[in-house]
Write a protein that binds this ligand. Structure first.
Ligand code: B16
Ligand code: MG
Length: 217
């Protein structure tokens, strides 16, 4: 039997922080007179903070100095962190906890593979840090999704071959990263968006433990 490993993205898979990222970016966009809708926000999912700002500036056709960009990046993150202050386990998305618990009962290695530099405090605040055998986040990688670096490091830390890793992702870039890394990609969200994933579920309440069991075998 080949040892499997389960890698979870954070934002949009474990917690719905996308709405907080959106509110914080929207403030910057409003300040700069750039139209920034929820639809535009889809472009930022799974994308690093630095790249997210560039995308917003491109939307507004604004060229900015590095100094201004640094200032907005700090402002955005400070604002984003204020939304996390009151975060607790109630923000874990439906069904996630059941699957994490099942994987633990089955002694399956679990890692986090996120682009966020705020991943650890979020796992701490939601009380699920201890479920993770390895954490790879935006502080550990130099290449953003769809580059598979984040997931490859996670698989290595879990001592598993990429082919035996299973990745849960809500972003197109993340699904592509898993596929490029030759891992099993599981899209969490809309089929119309995540059609490149090997399996797609609307959310974790649609994943039953027998499906997870079939992946373990
Ligand atoms: P931060 P994930 C990503 O997390 C988010 O999807 C993306 O919207 C965000 O810009 C990125 O993290 C960086 O987050 O500003 O906290 O470092 O989905 O890869 O878990
Ligand atoms: Mg995500």
């Amino acid at each position: 039997m080949n040892k499997k490993a389960f890698i979870f993205d954070l934002d949009g898979v474990i917690v719905d922080t996308a709405k907080y990222h959106y509110l914080a970016w929207k403030k910057i966009a409003d300040q700069l007179g750039i139209e920034f809708t929820l639809e535009h926000n889809e472009l930022l999912k799974g994308v690093s903070r630095v790249r997210s700002l560039d995308i917003i500036l491109e939307l507004g056709k604004i060229e900015a100095s590095q100094e201004d960009k640094d200032k907005w990046l700090i402002q955005k993150n400070e604002d984003y962190l204020t939304y996390l202050v009151d975060m607790d386990e109630s923000e874990i998305l439906p069904g996630v906890f059941t699957i994490l618990k099942f994987l633990k009962e089955k002694n399956q290695p679990i890692a986090l593979g996120s682009a966020s530099k705020n991943a650890r405090p979020i796992l701490e605040k939601t009380g699920i840090l201890s479920y993770f055998d390895a954490i790879v986040d935006g502080n550990d990688v130099s290449n953003a999704k769809p580059d598979p670096e984040v997931f490859l490091i996670a698989a290595k830390l879990l001592d598993t071959k990429p082919e035996n890793a299973i990745v849960f992702e809500d972003s197109v870039a993340g699904v592509q990263a898993a596929n490029i890394g030759k891992m099993t990609s599981i899209g969490i969200g809309e089929e119309s968006v995540l059609h490149e994933a090997k399996y797609i579920f609307k959310d974790f309440t649609h994943i039953d433990t027998s499906f997870i069991e079939s992946l373990i075998k």
